[in-house]
Write a protein that binds this ligand. Structure first.
Ligand SMILES: Cc1ncc(COP(=O)(O)O)c(C=O)c1O
Length: 465
């Protein structure tokens, strides 16, 4: 069977990304475009239409309009996901040799930007919830501890990155954090890949968006948290801490010179939806449905964890003695497909499509799951990674990636420097970054993770020679 025919296979009830739910929630404009003669929409930059960096084209005007709608000064559409735009954004605020403060749960795309740009990631640790194995976002007190620790270290920071919300939908009020970072004079980039819908400002109980909180650069993944096609994203800029020319230069470094007009049209249509009253109504309806669903499921005993994004449901499988991977495999074979299996949880992305009779479906599947894995007691608490509160790879990430290497059993890596990532996907958060030194505790912990993340942690690791 070819790839094309595989694509249209029915997979079951999809609670995975993209958030348009296999087309069900695509914006009408895009739906109309896709219903035209196949392929007419497949063009690169044409005169007049232009691209994200062409000031004379329609794309540029559209970006300006979207930026106004979202309260930003500038916006650039992206056709290589949040990945491409996060990397461009980071390269625009840090030069080779400079250090950037970032949380330990950073997406690997940003570490890859450090690799490309000779930037030093200064990684700070995060609160860890042992019952589920998740990190939580830092609050102001936590960040102050990070800043105090920095004050007694030698790191000179040039910029900071925050992640908001996390993959599982944990979020905090970003405003005080951004103010603390701005006080130091650092520009702040927020990876809001999972939080485009926060910027639609449809519900006062949803977390505020990073733009509202004053971030200088914000990246939204339009397929993860809006109804866009896969690979679509947007980068916003506001304030005077970041040089627009530097942003555009970095976008030009990393994006194709033939951006797909279909993807660019998808960016516009998706953002327009969140600015129009009809689109806001639709989003509000999905959020209310999701809240109703979670409260019904809690009432009938499903162990759902509290988070701040109603469109992400975190099923705490560890509570019933089941790993997220076991639950995922069992549910997939019964037509319920989640997004993010982890050792202690399974996260469902409800997305923007309307689903019918979900409570009943989830209840039935949960009852079935529990009886198939009966007589289990809760999983033991998970161990936080044994890393310093503030951690900088011993060797420059870019040099470590490009250094001569050998591949050795994970067991034997104590005292060696990693030449690669160890990074389960999803969620794409590195457990080990190139250039980090492996000490005894970290190696023990990684071996433990091998058991917890089946087939996601390699038996052999590339280390610098
Ligand atoms: C927090 C976070 N940032 C960025 C990305 C990259 O997004 P994209 O797939 O749009 O490139 C991901 C992808 O999983 C993510 O989870």
């Amino acid at each position: 069977m070819g790839l094309s025919s595989l694509l249209t296979r029915y997979l079951g009830h999809s609670f995975f990304l993209p958030a348009h739910g296999r087309g069900a929630a695509l914006p009408n404009e895009l739906r109309t475009l896709l219903s035209k003669r196949a392929g007419v929409w497949d063009i690169p930059e044409l005169p007049g239409f232009g691209g994200p960096l062409d000031e004379n084209g329609e794309v540029f005007r559209s970006q300006q309009k979207s930026a106004e709608d979202f309260g930003a000064q500038r916006g650039w559409y992206g056709v290589n996901g949040a990945t491409g735009l996060l990397q461009s954004a980071l390269l625009s605020i840090a030069r080779p040799g400079q250090s950037v403060l970032m949380p330990r749960d950073i997406h690997r795309s940003l570490i890859n930007a450090c690799v490309l740009g000779g930037i030093k990631p200064v990684l700070f640790d995060l609160p860890f919830e042992r019952d589920r194995g998740h990190v939580l976002p830092p609050d102001g007190i936590w960040l102050q501890k990070v800043l105090d620790t920095l004050d007694s270290s030698f790191f000179e920071i040039s910029a900071a990155v925050l992640v908001h919300p996390s993959y599982q939908g944990y979020a905090v009020d970003l405003s005080p954090l951004i103010a603390q970072l701005h006080q130091r004079g650092w520009p702040v980039l927020v990876d809001e890949a999972h939080g485009t819908h926060f910027a639609a400002a449809v519900d006062e109980n949803l977390p505020g968006s990073a733009l509202k909180a004053g971030a200088d650069l914000v990246v939204h993944s339009l397929h993860k948290s809006a109804s866009g096609l896969v690979q679509t994203a947007v980068l916003w800029m506001q304030g005077c801490r970041v040089d627009r020319i530097a942003v555009e230069r970095s976008i030009a470094w990393l994006q194709t010179s033939s951006p797909s007009a279909l993807f660019l049209a998808s960016c516009e249509a998706t953002l327009r939806e969140f600015s129009k009253p009809s689109g806001k109504r639709k989003l509000r309806a999905r959020i209310n449905e999701a809240r109703g669903l979670a409260s019904q499921l809690r009432k009938i005993g499903l162990p759902l964890l509290e988070n701040q994004d109603p469109l992400r449901l975190i099923l705490h499988t560890a509570k019933a003695g089941i790993s997220g991977f076991e639950a995922d495999n069992w549910l997939i074979s019964r037509g319920l497909v989640a997004e993010l299996p982890e050792p202690g949880c399974l996260t469902f992305c409800l997305g923007l499509a309307h689903h019918k009779r979900l409570a009943n479906l989830f209840r039935k599947r949960w009852d079935g799951l529990i009886s198939s894995f009966s007589n289990r007691s809760s999983l033991p608490p998970f161990n936080a990674p044994p890393i310093p509160f503030l951690n900088v790879p011993l060797m420059d990430c870019g040099l470590a990636c490009r250094a001569p290497w050998e591949s050795i059993p994970l067991n034997d890596t104590v005292g060696r420097v990693s030449a690669e990532f160890i990074c389960p996907y999803p969620p794409g958060i590195p457990m080990l970054v190139p250039g980090e030194e492996l000490d005894q505790n970290r190696v023990h912990w990684l071996i433990e993770q091998q058991r917890l993340w089946p087939e996601q942690i390699p038996l052999y690791v590339k280390v610098v020679l």
